[in-house]
Design a protein around this ligand. Structure first.
Ligand code: GLC
Length: 753
């Protein structure tokens, strides 16, 4: 094993958009992407093409620096980077000189063979949040992680790695914040002071460059905004995809699918989405239908449409090795599959048996894959579930000498799922024209938010999985993934009725609300739990539909600034130590105004920590003081949810699906506060890309605490809202302040409370 140090700066050169620093061993480059975003790349192969799956922005031109004898300083409007020349070290400071993050003076960046690691100073009070889908506590201090996308079936609440890779974390110390995105798809490592006597944190990868983006903005939300500026934001999802989704591995026939949809309607359980898992296919051959169980896909989907259901179908990357199967024959003929180093197509077994795996890193393969979706879109499928794309293969140990074109598995495995999803997105978007496809993927890398929602894979029907699952959702929100879900009820095993009720009630506040279960488990649909429980489940799903104006507006916010819908309290209350207390770490804000406290199904009271401010229990408006913990009732039909003083929550009447217009009333709920508050209300047709051409309806809603007044500003955009009446519903103002009803129109609306 050879250890190589970075060495000393020998030569510094300024280029149009970057600075190059040469050492005997390596080349370091510095770019400025924005006043608070600096990129550093340290490489031993400076001539290799500089590409990224994640980053969609370009650096600024004209990066300036000053040079002293042993130091080079880059000063931006928000940040200072000091580069020590002997030895070469990189350290970041605020403009007033406070350290944000510094290389460990002794080790900095170095290599052991191809493995490249950056050792950084660890601050006494430093906390770490982020990395997306990772088990463990909210504060990752004292732990370590590996990124290597894995089909982690039967995972526990301690398993690492899981399905996705997001090498982006946020450091918090000395009342300061910074972010660091290590853009490298090789197997990577993060150590947040696990075993270094609290001296260092470190991160690195088995190969590739030490290539990172440093974010110096103050405030976690600001860092997320910058990170999602760099790697992209989600587009508006189809409105129907944020309704209730019913899934199972598998509904085995068209009759069963239709029966489930009909039953949801008969029982008046609002729902929008039904899934076909792998058994809709002929022997699990992608882009085929099983002609016995699903003899007339179009007929089935037409009937589902008549019931106001949309259909989502699963697709896996594995293409069955079988002569005469179109995708197999074409893929072999065109060399579209992953190979061994000698050019033989790589074979491994997944659901269909022996399979080849498309090389999604090739644009031609992406096109070919995308175009094949007519097999699903022609009968009417509108949602595409990309599974098994870590990629998964039985045995889960794909050899390192498998290649995708000229790239080795070791180098790009972590981006495979994202590239498959990109191919599915591009293809279906093209076929569907102006209609928004719904996209779901299990494996992901940074930037996946531009194409798809994600869910957290095969969880288990236990309370601890429900709680840690929420932590995954909240942590995914820190890395730009706003549209996230878990298998509600737990994929593996059978939930108790209590757990089903509790998890379903939490699902109201999970961005993607999907009930899903594994083959062989007991049926899981709402009516399987008896009349009384079904009534509770129905009520919660109804609440989700009532909240859709608030939730859809929340997605609009994500599409504009990258802030997630489900927000760990660490985003808004970063300096509050209690937020990181393991007793409260699962709590989250849902949108701007709601605080949700997940509670085990076995506990009917809960200890909830409410951060500074005034809070009201959602439902009965009981007032609570912030900055302290409260013991609150948590019956199975009433999850502890609180609204912030000044909270603005637009709601609608109960509808059975997003196809229904409802009663035309926008129910605008406002909770009394001591400070002014605002909410951006957003609406569009929910299904087309017309919103990208300004056909939308967007307006600020403001609450003025002192004046006791609500103002709905003039609406932007040319879309006509589905609402014609505004009902203002005050909470916490006392009995004299009454509900008021006024016409809803796009001009200014002012209401005195
Ligand atoms: C994988 C998925 C699961 C799906 C199953 C069958 O285990 O994670 O959600 O139901 O495959 O397709």
């Amino acid at each position: 094993m050879q250890t190589q140090l970075l060495g000393n700066a020998k030569q510094v050169t300024q280029h149009n958009d970057h600075i190059t620093i040469q050492t005997a061993e390596a080349t370091a480059k510095i770019w400025l992407y924005a006043p608070a975003i600096i990129r550093v790349n340290i490489t031993k192969t400076p001539d290799k093409a500089d590409t990224s799956f994640a980053v969609i922005q370009q650096p600024e031109t004209g990066i300036n620096f000053t040079e002293a004898e042993n130091e080079l300083t880059v000063t931006t409007d928000q940040l200072i980077l000091k580069v020590n020349k002997t030895p070469l070290r990189f350290s970041f400071y605020t403009l007033d000189g406070k350290p944000l993050s510094e290389d460990d003076a002794r080790f900095g960046v170095n290599w052991q063979n191809e493995r490249v690691i950056n050792y950084r100073k660890l601050y006494v009070d430093e906390k770490f949040i982020g990395l997306g889908e990772k088990t463990g506590a909210l504060n990752r201090r004292g732990t370590h992680y590996v990124n290597w996308n894995t089909d982690a079936s039967k995972h526990t609440i301690y398993t690492d790695p899981l399905y996705k890779t997001f090498p982006f974390f946020i450091g918090l110390h000395s009342r300061l914040t910074y972010g660091l995105f290590f853009d490298n798809t090789h197997k990577s490592y993060f150590d947040f002071g696990a075993t270094t006597d609290d001296e260092m944190s470190w991160f690195g990868a088995d190969g590739g460059d030490m290539n990172y983006y440093f974010f110096g903005a103050q405030g976690v939300a600001e860092i997320i905004k910058d990170y999602t500026w760099l790697t992209g934001r989600m587009e508006m999802p189809p409105l129907w995809s944020i309704g209730y989704q019913q899934c199972r591995y598998s509904y085995m026939s068209a009759d069963e699918v239709l029966g489930i949809a009909q039953k949801l309607r008969e029982h008046n359980i609002p729902a929008d989405v039904i899934y076909c898992d792998i058994d809709y296919m002929d022997n699990y051959k992608i882009f085929t239908w099983n002609d016995e169980a699903f003899p007339d896909p179009k007929g089935m989907i037409d009937q589902l449409k008549a019931l106001d259901f949309r259909t989502v179908c699963i697709v896996d990357p594995g293409i069955k090795v079988e002569d005469g199967y179109k995708q197999y024959d074409e893929g072999v003929a065109k060399n579209y599959f992953a190979t061994y180093i000698n050019g033989d197509n790589y074979v491994a077994s997944v659901w269909p048996g022996r399979c080849h795996f498309p090389n999604f890193f090739d644009d031609k393969v992406k096109e070919w894959w995308g175009a094949a979706f007519t097999a699903l879109t022609e009968p009417g499928v509108e949602g595409f579930w990309n599974d098994m794309n870590e990629p998964a293969a039985w045995g889960q140990n794909i050899p390192y000498l498998v290649k995708f074109g000229d790239r080795y598995m070791a180098e790009v495995r972590n981006a495979y799922g994202m590239e498959m999803t990109k191919a599915t997105y591009n293809g279906t978007r093209k076929i569907l024209g102006n209609k928004r496809p719904f996209m779901l993927t299990r494996a992901a890398y940074c930037g996946t938010q531009r194409f798809s929602a994600v869910w957290t894979g095969d969880n288990t029907a236990t309370d601890e999985h429900m709680l840690y699952g929420q932590r995954l959702v909240n942590s995914l929100g820190l890395v730009g993934m706003s549209f996230t879900g878990v298998d509600i009820g737990g994929y593996t095993g059978n939930p108790t009725p209590e757990l089903m009720l509790r998890w379903n009630s939490l699902g109201v506040y999970i961005p993607m609300y999907r009930n899903h279960a594994e083959i062989g488990t007991a049926m899981r649909e709402p009516w399987e739990w008896g009349e009384e429980n079904m009534a509770i489940i129905r009520k919660d799903i109804e609440l989700r539909y009532q909240l859709l104006p608030y939730i859809y507006s929340g997605f609009y916010e994500s599409s504009q600034n990258g802030l997630p819908l489900s927000r760990t309290l660490a985003i808004d209350y970063t300096l509050d130590e209690n937020v990181f207390d393991v007793r409260y770490q699962n709590q989250f804000l849902f949108g701007n105004s709601m605080l949700v406290a997940p509670v085990e199904s076995t506990r009917l009271t809960a200890e909830v920590y409410l951060p500074e401010g005034e809070w009201y229990r959602f439902g009965d408006d009981k007032a609570y003081e912030g900055g302290m913990a409260h013991s609150v009732p948590a019956p199975l039909n009433n999850l502890p949810v609180f609204v912030k003083g000044g909270g603005i929550i637009p709601m609608q009447s109960v509808i059975q699906s997003t196809n229904e217009a409802g009663d035309g009333i926008l129910y605008l709920h406002i909770w009394k506060g001591t400070e002014d508050s605002t909410f951006i209300y957003y609406e569009d047709d929910g299904v087309t890309y017309d919103n990208e051409r300004g056909i939308l309806h967007k307006r600020d809603i403001g609450y003025q605490a002192e004046k006791n007044k609500v103002t709905v500003a003039v609406a932007d955009g040319t879309y006509t809202s589905k609402f014609n009446t505004l009902k203002l519903i005050p909470h916490g103002f006392g009995k004299t302040v009454k509900t008021q009803e006024v016409p809803y129109h796009s001009g200014i609306i002012e209401i005195n409370l």
